[in-house]
Design a protein around this ligand. Structure first.
Ligand SMILES: [Cu+2]
Length: 247
């Protein structure tokens, strides 16, 4: 999937009360470190969700626009050391996303005050926890889910499918907007894992992918954000997601 590096940054924010905008970093090429901008304001940090690739090298550029100090720290095994960002200052933290899929979380907080948990979704990674098996598969599917995408809804023809190889066929019904579909697995702790996606489906076109999915709760979502594929809005925020069950 060429040319997506530049937008593998903050692809959405959906924490309550987060209102600040997104700034998408730009990488110059292949192995360049991508800048992911994070803004701390008085009440929160944003975005609340950052999409990265397994093995990707990123630089978190944390800008503290509030009048007090903020701290930024990886939690639950996420290896990002605690960093203090003084009021009005910017700090950069280099980070390499682990190759193996795992739950990544960062805490951005006022010491003794409000905390924002930033979810780092590893996208483009195609294995389950521990890399045991890929989700994306060449096996023949034993179920098919037809999903219609429009501005701004995700409408699958079924609400569940049996565990195993499932073929997702997504059709973009809109006449001008580009949409996409990501199959997000909802972990027990509520965090999201990207199990696979069909990216950038042009108006009135379709795409498909076969994913070998274990039983569990999932969410079908379009993750396009402002500035991406000509969009001026955050598609997820605008309602482009629906829960889905693999039984
Ligand atoms: Cu969309």
């Amino acid at each position: 999937m060429p040319s997506r590096n530049f937008r593998r940054s903050a692809r959405g924010l959906f924490a309550l009360g987060v209102v600040a905008g997104l700034v998408v970093g730009c990488s110059g090429g292949g192995s360049a470190r991508r800048t992911v901008a994070i803004v701390a304001t008085r009440d929160a940090c944003s975005p609340a969700r950052i999409v990265v690739k397994a093995g990707e090298r990123v630089a978190f550029e944390i800008k503290n626009e509030s009048s007090g100090d903020r701290e930024f720290e990886g939690i639950e095994g996420t290896k990002i050391e605690e960093t203090l960002v003084p009021a009005g200052r910017t700090r950069t933290i280099n980070y390499t996303v682990p190759e193996s899929e795992q739950s990544l979380k960062v805490k951005c907080y006022v010491p003794g005050g409000p905390t924002t948990l930033i979810e780092i979704v590893v996208s483009g990674s195609v294995t389950d926890e521990g890399g045991r098996r890929p989700f994306k598969t060449t096996k023949s599917p034993n179920a098919t889910v037809n999903v219609h995408l429009d501005s701004f809804v995700v409408k699958p023809d079924v609400t569940s499918a049996p565990a195993g190889p499932i073929k997702f066929i997504a059709t973009n019904d809109h006449g001008t907007h580009v949409h996409e579909i990501a199959v997000l697995r909802i972990r027990d702790d509520g965090s999201l894992q990207n199990a696979g996606e069909i990216e950038d489906i042009d108006p009135r076109r379709s795409g498909d992918v076969v994913l070998d999915l274990p039983k569990g709760k999932y969410r079908l979502a379009c993750l396009i954000v402002p500035g991406e594929a000509g969009s001026t809005v955050d598609h997820y925020q605008s309602g482009m997601h629906v829960d889905f069950e693999v039984r």
